[in-house]
Design a protein around this ligand. Structure first.
Ligand code: F3S
Length: 393
């Protein structure tokens, strides 16, 4: 394993014991995945920061790092927390849980993180083409690699934390040209019309992930509706939920897309898409939950325009970032007046819908449908337009 002089100094502990420990983790991972060297990263995004996910031991571990004076070497953002940090009582969270989450955030902030609490870092601070970053959060990884042409592996939350401390990641996988070469071609032409007419972009992403499973799929003949940012977010998040894919080369979207001859090719059939939709067919629901990934300012405005003057027949829970809500204040106010519940800092999966009185829900996100089903909820997956039509008068 080749280390620069500076990296060797960090590993020897010349910048402190904590940095040396972080460097050791990054180097060990690099060796395990066959990287010959590390690469400097320009920013990091850490996931898994909910108090529920960390537990008392995890919280104390992060607090200890902050107490030791460890600091992030690069701009670092963080994924959603277990609650809206202002309106936590409305989510059925108790004071003890709030304090546990606040301790995590105080420690991360002391280490230099920007407390963004959102899974859409690509919306407010998109990395440039070719930029090396270390992001943990599969939808963000897929967006950064596939849409922006930035380079990151699908990091685990703890690894991204250590990479943020040392400002480096193993130079392997999606950081390298070879690791970004397509491994399978997926032809969407047989399902293009059904996907487009029904607006089934999220289900389509789930299907692509289930078929590709791993590697770098080259997606051919993609529906034109994928070019809207909302559909693209839903699509890529779903690819990430049903596979370990971190980069999809999408025709008409990805800057690195090139047609390649000689790849194994799989064609997606309409019945496969129907099977995904049937997996989460219509059920009676307590609420519609939208915002996986977090809603953008534009989506908030579109939702408000859509719901203005209408009456909600079911609860409508919207999840977004504090950043997006601050850029669409008029829409957020209007949505609340219509009766929608708007939450920031958290999401339907990381938060606890049961505490909010929800046992069954409808969503437009196959990623949310997948994880909520695993948490025991009854879930109906359908396009946003259809859901809004079903729950308004
Ligand atoms: Fe984001 Fe939560 Fe979905 S973190 S991608 S809204 S599961």
């Amino acid at each position: 394993m080749l280390l620069t002089d500076e990296e060797a100094r960090l590993l020897r502990g010349e910048a402190g014991e904590g940095v040396a420990e972080a460097m050791e983790v990054v180097v060990r991972v690099a060796e395990a995945i066959g990287a010959e060297r590390l690469v400097k990263i320009s920013r990091a995004h850490i996931s898994g920061i909910s108090f529920r996910n960390l537990g008392e031991e995890g919280i104390e571990f992060i607090e200890e790092m902050a107490r030791k004076g460890l600091r992030f070497a690069v701009p670092t953002t963080v994924n959603p927390a277990g609650m809206d940090m202002e309106n936590w009582r409305r989510m059925g969270v108790n004071a003890w849980e709030y304090e546990a989450q606040a301790r995590v955030l105080r420690a991360l902030e002391a280490m230099g993180a920007e407390i963004t609490l959102s899974c859409t870092p690509y919306l407010y601070s998109p990395p440039r083409y070719g930029e090396h970053v270390a992001w943990a959060e599969s939808n963000a990884v897929l967006y950064a690699n596939s849409v922006l042409g930035a380079r990151t592996n699908r990091e685990g939350g703890p690894l991204a934390l250590f990479e943020a401390i040392v400002g480096r990641a193993p130079y392997a996988g999606l950081h390298t040209d070879e690791g970004r070469a397509p491994t399978i071609a997926v032809d969407l032409s047989p399902v293009k019309r059904l996907g487009e007419e029904g607006g089934y972009y999220s289900a389509l992403g789930y299907l692509v992930g289930s078929v590709a499973k791993t590697g770098v799929p080259l997606l051919l003949n993609t529906p034109s509706g994928l070019s809207t940012s909302c559909n693209l977010k839903l699509f890529l998040a779903a690819v990430g939920a049903s596979s370990s894919v971190g980069l999809a080369l999408i025709e008409g979207i990805s800057p690195e897309f090139r047609r390649v001859e000689g790849l194994d090719t799989v064609a997606l059939e309409p019945h496969q898409l129907v099977e995904v939709l049937e997996k989460w067919g219509e059920v009676d629901v307590d609420a519609v939950v939208l915002g996986c990934p977090h809603l953008s300012p534009q989506e908030l405005v579109e939702l408000y325009n859509r719901l203005r003057g209408r009456r909600l027949l079911r609860r409508l829970l919207l999840f977004t970032s504090r950043w997006a809500a601050s850029r669409a204040t008029h829409a957020v106010r209007g949505l609340k007046e219509v009766g929608a519940e708007v939450y920031v800092d958290t999401c339907m999966v990381v938060g606890d819908l049961r505490r909010m009185g929800v046992e069954s829900c409808a969503t437009d996100s196959a990623k949310a449908a997948y994880y909520l089903t695993n948490q025991g909820y009854r879930v109906w997956l359908a396009p946003r337009d259809a859901l809004l039509e079903a729950v308004t008068a």
